[in-house]
Ligand binder design. Structure first.
Ligand code: NAD
Length: 499
């Protein structure tokens, strides 16, 4: 085991007030214990919130370009340590090293990008309707932000949340997933090293209980959550009742539309990458292939062939194409969906079982799986399975494909492969997801554009891009009257004005 971690509160690494600890195992080799970390309780959370609330009173007044300098330094450190950070990502959650490097790079990109906002963060200045009066709007921070994150992008997602929250002047209590404590520890250590003042970011390890205590602390004014729909809905309900700002990023049931005129090779490549990258455990993973009848036989054969050829194994091994899933519960859930799909009348064209042999027995490996004969209403075509499983759903034409694409409770990402520009634009306009790709798979977001989804995927906020600033700040509108007399908007008007 590498290390026994402590929480990070008010600039110190402190032991929790509970005696409970969890261990994180390597999902690719459960004999390897990666680290142990506190299962924090309500008192630990309260201490962290207290520190963040105190730090807010000074951090909010640090000029934004100075706040950004800390982030620039953090990005530099992350870039210098990219390889080590990536190896840690692979070790604790299983994605292959190439993808883990991408995860870290996304965190670096986001940190640089947001640091640049320290010198922008534009508001509006507009003319006033009255003479000798000046109008503008400026951003102001919320206060203490709770950042609650999943394990599947253990560097990128915390950076998506922490960096915009910090540059806009908030302070943060960060509660990472119990399945990715090592990356959280690494990231907060880097922020400390970059010179973030005590209390500005606090790290509390733990599970659902610590998360719930954080959401419910009255000093937490905003919750930024990424995770499952079930938990997000609970958090959203609590925040709604208690008038807290809340930003929810939840699941997906993303589809790729493959029309008869698609470039078959390109479409299959995009499908394999989107369905089986990160073992299908991306919120944007393509778990549905909506395929027009003419191309369906060739596409299915090729997808199955490519899925069967994927090499499973340790993500640190350069020859591995697909790593394990995150834990035993995930393995169990994916297995149950094999039964559900079969009971519903779908056929398993490849995969369908836990993978074993060849060094896989000590890890949570599941075979890349393709379901065929899938109808849009089946549970396997509606529920987020979050594993290396995708469905082939046949469709007649573009209209039908779009209707199937939109007919799920989630609305994160969708893609279409076609050579017909009119069909591409029609799909772009009518697919009701937050992200649309043309002639590319469902994954591959860039940090300077808004990221998020419609329906059950989100609550209208977006991560990344300029949109992130809107989540982590509120507008303050300022009117400056230098006329030296009482002027009444809407009432004082020039002689001869109409009305
Ligand atoms: P999860 O909902 O189980 O847990 C997410 C986080 O919430 C964890 O830190 C967990 O400890 C915490 N938590 C659990 N119960 C809580 C409660 N009652 N109160 C407060 N916090 C609580 O999700 P997961 O398994 O970690 O992640 C997988 C899910 O995340 C998938 O549904 C995936 O689609 C989604 N996801 C969405 C996006 C996106 O941007 N839309 C990105 C990545 C992952």
């Amino acid at each position: 085991m590498r290390e026994a971690f402590a929480n990070y509160i008010n600039g110190h690494w402190v032991e929790p007030k509970t005696d409970n600890r969890h261990q994180r195992e390597n999902p690719g080799n459960t004999d390897e214990i990666v680290c142990s970390f506190p299962d924090s309780g309500a008192q630990d959370v309260a201490d962290a919130v207290e520190a963040a609330a105190e730090a807010f009173e000074s951090w909010r007044f640090v000029p934004a370009p100075r706040r950004a300098e800390v982030l620039f330094r953090a990005a530099e450190i992350m870039a210098a340590r990219k390889e080590d950070l990536a190896r840690d990502v692979t070790t604790e959650m299983g994605k292959v090293l190439k993808e883990a490097r991408g995860d870290v790079q996304e965190g670096i990109d986001m940190t640089y990008y947001v640091a640049g906002e320290g010198r922008r963060m534009w508001g509006q200045t507009t003319p006033s309707e009255l003479p000798d009066k000046f109008n503008m709007s400026v951003r102001q921070p919320h206060g203490v932000v709770a950042a609650i994150t999943p394990w599947n992008f253990p560097i990128a997602i915390p950076c998506w949340k922490l960096m915009p929250a910090l540059v806009t002047g908030n302070t943060v209590v960060f509660k990472p997933s119990p399945f990715s404590p090592l990356s959280a520890h690494n990231l907060v250590g880097i922020l400390e090293e970059a010179g973030l003042p005590p209390g500005v970011v606090n790290l509390v390890f733990g599970g659902n209980e610590a998360g719930a205590a954080l959401v419910e602390d009255p000093r937490v004014v905003m919750v930024s959550f990424t995770g499952s729909l079930e938990v997000g809905r609970e958090i959203g309900t609590y925040c709604g009742r208690n008038n807290k700002r809340v930003h929810l990023e939840m699941g997906g049931k993303n589809a790729i539309l493959i029309l008869d005129d698609a470039d078959l090779e390109l479409a299959v490549e995009g499908a394999v990458w989107s369905a089986f990258g990160t073992s299908g455990q991306r919120c944007t993973a393509a778990s549905r292939m909506i395929v027009q009848s003419g191309i369906a036989p060739a596409f299915t054969d090729e997808l199955v062939r490519r899925a069967q050829a994927l090499r499973l194994g340790d993500g640190l091994d350069a020859t591995t194409d697909m790593g394990p899933v995150v834990n035993m519960q995930a393995l169990g859930k994916i297995g149950r969906y094999m039964e559900i799909g079969s009971d519903e009348g779908a056929a398993i064209a490849c995969g369908g079982m836990r993978a074993s042999g060849d060094g896989l027995d000590n890890g949570y490996f599941f075979q890349p799986t393709v379901f065929t004969n899938v109808r849009p209403a089946m549970r396997i075509a509606q529920d987020e399975i979050f594993g290396p499983v995708t469905d082939i759903i046949r469709c007649g034409d573009l209209e039908q494909a779009i209707a199937i694409n939109n007919g799920v409770q989630y609305g994160l990402s969708s893609a279409i492969y076609t050579r017909d520009i009119s069909k591409a634009f029609k799909a772009m306009e009518r697919m009701t997801t937050g992200i649309v790709y043309i002639n590319a798979g469902t994954i591959g977001a860039e940090v300077h554009l808004p990221f998020g989804g419609t329906r059950g995927t989100g609550n209208g906020h977006r991560e990344a891009g300029q949109a992130a600033l809107d989540s982590y700040s509120e507008w303050k509108t300022v009117y400056i009257d230098y006329s030296g007399r009482l002027q009444k908007a809407q009432i004082d008007r020039l002689e001869g004005d109409r009305g």
